[in-house]
Design a protein around this ligand. Sequence first.
Ligand SMILES: *[C@@H]1O[C@H](CO)[C@@H](O)[C@H](O)[C@H]1NC(C)=O
Ligand SMILES: *[C@@H]1O[C@H](CO)[C@@H](O)[C@H](O)[C@H]1NC(C)=O
Ligand SMILES: *[C@@H]1O[C@H](CO)[C@@H](O)[C@H](O)[C@H]1NC(C)=O
Ligand SMILES: *[C@@H]1O[C@H](CO)[C@@H](O)[C@H](O)[C@H]1NC(C)=O
Ligand SMILES: *[C@@H]1O[C@H](CO)[C@@H](O)[C@H](O)[C@H]1NC(C)=O
Ligand SMILES: *[C@@H]1O[C@H](CO)[C@@H](O)[C@H](O)[C@H]1NC(C)=O
Ligand SMILES: *[C@@H]1O[C@H](CO)[C@@H](O)[C@H](O)[C@H]1NC(C)=O
Ligand SMILES: *[C@@H]1O[C@H](CO)[C@@H](O)[C@H](O)[C@H]1NC(C)=O
Ligand SMILES: *[C@@H]1O[C@H](CO)[C@@H](O)[C@H](O)[C@H]1NC(C)=O
Ligand SMILES: *[C@@H]1O[C@H](CO)[C@@H](O)[C@H](O)[C@H]1NC(C)=O
Ligand SMILES: *[C@@H]1O[C@H](CO)[C@@H](O)[C@H](O)[C@H]1NC(C)=O
Length: 518
Amino acid sequence: MMNRFISLTSTALLAQLAWTSPNHRNIIRTIDLSLPSTPAPGRQVVDAAYQSFSIEFCYMADYAGDNTNSNKFSRQVIQNLHDISGAYPIFRIGGSTQNSAVYFPNQTDIAIIDPFDSEASDQPSHSYIGPRFMESFGQFPEGTRYIYGLNFFKPENETLFDVGDGLGQCVLEAHAAYTALGESLYAFEIGNEVNSWAGGSRRPANWTQQDYVDQWNQYATATSQNLTGRESMQLFQGCAYTAPRNVGDNMTIWNIEHAEEDGMRSNKAKTVSDHDYMGANCDYTGAGPTIETSLFDRTNMLSRVRYHDYLGNATENSGIEYVLGETNSISCQGAFNISDVMASAVWAVDYVLYLSSLKVSRVHFHMGTRYRYSPWQPIYYNDTEAHVKPIYYGNMFNAAVFAGGDKQTEVLANETNFGAYAVYNKGKPESIVAVNLNMWNSTMDAADRPYTALSLPGAWNEARVSRLTNPGVDTAANITFAGQYVDSEGRIVGEKSFDKVIDGTVHVGAGEAVLNSK
Ligand SMILES: *[C@@H]1O[C@H](CO)[C@@H](O)[C@H](O)[C@H]1NC(C)=O
Ligand SMILES: *[C@@H]1O[C@H](CO)[C@@H](O)[C@H](O)[C@H]1NC(C)=O
Ligand SMILES: *[C@@H]1O[C@H](CO)[C@@H](O)[C@H](O)[C@H]1NC(C)=O
Ligand SMILES: *[C@@H]1O[C@H](CO)[C@@H](O)[C@H](O)[C@H]1NC(C)=O
Ligand SMILES: *[C@@H]1O[C@H](CO)[C@@H](O)[C@H](O)[C@H]1NC(C)=O
Ligand SMILES: *[C@@H]1O[C@H](CO)[C@@H](O)[C@H](O)[C@H]1NC(C)=O
Ligand SMILES: *[C@@H]1O[C@H](CO)[C@@H](O)[C@H](O)[C@H]1NC(C)=O
Ligand SMILES: *[C@@H]1O[C@H](CO)[C@@H](O)[C@H](O)[C@H]1NC(C)=O
Ligand SMILES: *[C@@H]1O[C@H](CO)[C@@H](O)[C@H](O)[C@H]1NC(C)=O
Ligand SMILES: *[C@@H]1O[C@H](CO)[C@@H](O)[C@H](O)[C@H]1NC(C)=O
Ligand SMILES: *[C@@H]1O[C@H](CO)[C@@H](O)[C@H](O)[C@H]1NC(C)=O
């Protein structure tokens, strides 16, 4: 797949060169980039919090702490992103554990009771939360906003956890969250991934999307009435569906387009959300995805993103924004040596830049204390202190791209292993991002690392080049972005260093990403 904005000028294999300084790099090809002077008409405009996050419900107390033990590490790494982009990311607190969370007003001593079956379990069997759970939402830097994931038990006679009055339980939880969060509440979700519920323990086999939308409206109305006395408030993020893999006219297909047609309207829905991942690690049997077949295969990424392109288009005029409300590398909490190494950081840049060119208005990267794909681990766990993980560097890169907001993205190169983008600020070209998704392992001889030379238009001769790099995509070691790294306290440290455009050219190594800013 080639793109109209690039052309190949030379392909010289210089593998024998034994140096990686700019003059001695192993340049295997050159790409001439030219960019449109303005974004295409109708291109979406995104804000500085485009790259946002999602925390698994049961892990919120780990990530944030409470009034007596605030999580300083999380505060620091969130503040870093604000320092870079000028905005706090929006945090969605939800996931499958939101469905098994029950609120008890009388559980006054402890924020959350969440038993795990074993040390290897990623999630507890259920979560009982009390008023102190809400203290967590006061710990991140002031100005951080949240999407709170409410439970969605059956309206009456709910046998799960002896809930009984499921509608009352949802309103009870909403009331506690609304009171505690105040202005920091961005939206509520009602249930997680409900499109896979029919026939399970939560809803009967004949439960349809129309039934869901009717019930969602019933719960949203009851909540609105309880909180404000009004029939409807535009305070909800609808759907929170699993990855869409089916679009088209058949109304029995569960997707956000049909949910809106079934009666999910902008009087209540502020946003609708889908989830997605680049592969799965569920019921792992030893053979699973690899870096090459998942994150470093843009054909794979684009085949999944195509559904979001379609659905964003289809709901463009509904008055309800479409968001990727939960995403990351590999589903079922990530895969070791894919989700927790440099490959995930490089992929995250390409993925988010591509999504920003579509009608997907925000992207939330998911995390949990025990998860392989988390941008950071928030507390001491499995013999390790709180620390950032490689993908966090991709998040930092993206925060830099969208800094200040008012951005539009055009795709310049769209190959199986290479993506390039022009980013516009208020309609004017501001940066060029290039991501090289060819494999490069730390076990190889650095002198052989293949580079692609990007030939930029003359106006970019003075551009400042911020490089995301490390010795190889198979390791978490020694990652830097513009020469800096994140220390054990979560602070960005080291001297900032930028590369220059030399003779109109910037080199991008296999497994690297660069941000060229005017
Ligand atoms: C809280 O109330 C529930 C009933 O809603 C009861 O089953 C439970 O024992 C009470 N817990 C405490 C700690 O009092
Ligand atoms: C934590 O340790 C347990 C037990 O050794 C293991 O099963 C699990 O995969 C580890 N989790 C992480 C994220 O390292
Ligand atoms: C719930 O249980 C009550 C009492 O057994 C019964 O009258 C009512 O019809 C049940 N409701 C539903 C929706 O099953
Ligand atoms: C809203 O719900 C809470 C919790 O169930 C209850 O205490 C409160 O009285 C309700 N308020 C209104 C106005 O219905
Ligand atoms: C759906 O299934 C439930 C039992 O699981 C039954 O009570 C109900 O009547 C069914 N609804 C329809 C519309 O068939
Ligand atoms: C719509 O999809 C359902 C399965 O989801 C299928 O049973 C039905 O035949 C389809 N209807 C049409 C008109 O294609
Ligand atoms: C990028 O390539 C994919 C095919 O892999 C295609 O579906 C998509 O439309 C292309 N995007 C652009 C902006 O050219
Ligand atoms: C979405 O709309 C854009 C612009 O109109 C169009 O180029 C693109 O092909 C559409 N995507 C899909 C999947 O239909
Ligand atoms: C991850 O890769 C390292 C280095 O290659 C290896 O030692 C380790 O066993 C791998 N971990 C898993 C869970 O495969
Ligand atoms: C890089 O290492 C991975 C394992 O981490 C391996 O599967 C892959 O084959 C290696 N790639 C190359 C190009 O050597
Ligand atoms: C990371 O850097 C340290 C210190 O320079 C070095 O000892 C180590 O070998 C490097 N790790 C890798 C995977 O290159």
